[in-house]
Design a protein around this ligand. Sequence first.
Ligand code: NAP
Length: 337
Amino acid sequence: MVVNKMTDPQEMYDIVIIGGGVTGLAAAMYAGRMKLKSILIGYPPGGVIATTDWIENYPGFISLSGKELADKITAHAREYDTEIILDNVTKVEHQNNCFIAYTAFGQYTTKTIVFATGSQYRKLDVPGAAEYEGKGVQFCGLCDGPLFQDKTLAVIGGGDSAAKEALILSQWAKEIYIIIRGERLKAEPVNLERVNNNNKIRMISETNVTSIEGSEHIERVLLDKPYQGNNELPVQGVFIAIGSSPLSDLAKTLGVKTNPKGEIIINRQTETNINGIYAAGDVTDTEFKQAITGVAEGVLAVYEAYKYVGGESVCTCVDTDYIDCPVSPEDLRSQSK
Ligand code: NAP
């Protein structure tokens, strides 16, 4: 569902938050508390975490699903006067000292932007992976696991996501092989212990999948090294958990700097290289990417935006009209620190 509203290009926002995951939602909540004229534009609602079955490392909640967490933060944000729309931003522009975010049907002029655009699943580049995508090659155990009742599955990857996917899938599957190209599974210790104690899960390390094969359905993966004497591993489904790529393309169009991985470079204040643009969560170069760290960065970004727009001398512009700044944004920022 995409919800839109009629937009007034003359309307000026203090802050536009792009991204509907928990990072963006937490930013929207704080923007509301800080009485900033704010809007969150994001789709799908709740972002990637809404497809996670269980979260046990968000302080204050011993265990809850990703959707529950996203719903709770959304409800919290809606307690305040902040707008939330389900839509995608298709283009952003920098005009004088302001920014304009465009959706298919509207445009939003703003003094600041927070990029909380997250990341997308990384795809495996081997023969068969694209051909069987959605037909046995999957990315979300919680969403698609029930389709693989009593099947033998491969989970490809060696991080915490691979561990969690295998654990989720063990509810339905007969057996699961985690195929790790490195020496060992680098999961959170608590998840590693669960994997080790789960008699449906086996690990194949220092091995790459070179091909996914079958006819109408997946029948096997080929390995670059024999497992129990055979390079063919019979499976009926393959779940890819090899990390994710940051969704930073939109930010890059504004000249926002990224690292070689494409992650937006931020400082401890979540500032990017461009005044008035902040970034938070999985799209950034923060090493330890967790729901709680994304939420914290979203909150920091709003605080910085609040200081940025809060000075009396902040320039205003409406659409293409621009009133010269009596004080440069750099001066303004140093005054507010
Ligand atoms: P990750 O930690 O980046 O691990 C990706 C894994 O996939 C690595 O083992 C990597 O191998 C492997 N890999 C990459 N490309 C591959 C390829 N082409 N073929 C085979 N294997 C490949 O990714 P992740 O597990 O998705 O975790 C991403 C971030 O999300 C982490 O920061 C993690 O802490 C976080 N996370 C958080 C939660 C949570 O909040 N509870 C849950 C899950 C993940 P190499 O090691 O050899 O490169």
